[in-house]
Design a protein around this ligand. Structure first.
Ligand SMILES: [Zn+2]
Length: 112
């Protein structure tokens, strides 16, 4: 979806500090971090929200969580971090402010 910032980052149209990129997802450092380590892990396929997923998305959702775990280890924060999944535009004002768009699903990994 061309107006989705996450899809544009995944497509390489918007620059980001990429941490990981594979066939399922892209992970990158938040453009406006609220923690010393603040990484977003988003699917390459546009998903408007967690509520828009179904049982057919189990593998993708598992891949997002697995990537968050592995990235936390790679970045040296595995001893303490949060993984947040926002759902809906009103779920997280920081998310909306950072990206100007909250219409996408992703895991947010933060460690202080
Ligand atoms: Zn998208």
């Amino acid at each position: 979806m061309s107006d989705c910032i996450f899809c544009r980052i995944a497509a390489g149209e918007v620059p980001a500090r990429i941490v990981r990129r594979d066939e399922n997802l892209v992970a990158f450092h938040d453009l406006a971090p609220v923690a010393p380590t603040h990484v977003l892990v988003v699917p390459r396929r546009h998903l408007a929200s967690l509520d828009a997923t179904d049982t057919g998305d189990r593998e993708l959702l598992g891949a997002l969580a697995e990537a968050a775990r592995e990235i936390a280890r790679e970045l040296g924060v595995a001893d303490g971090y949060r993984v947040v999944v926002n759902n809906g535009a009103s779920a997280d004002h920081t998310w909306s402010r950072s990206f100007g768009c909250a219409a996408a699903i992703g895991c947010r990994l933060s460690a202080w």
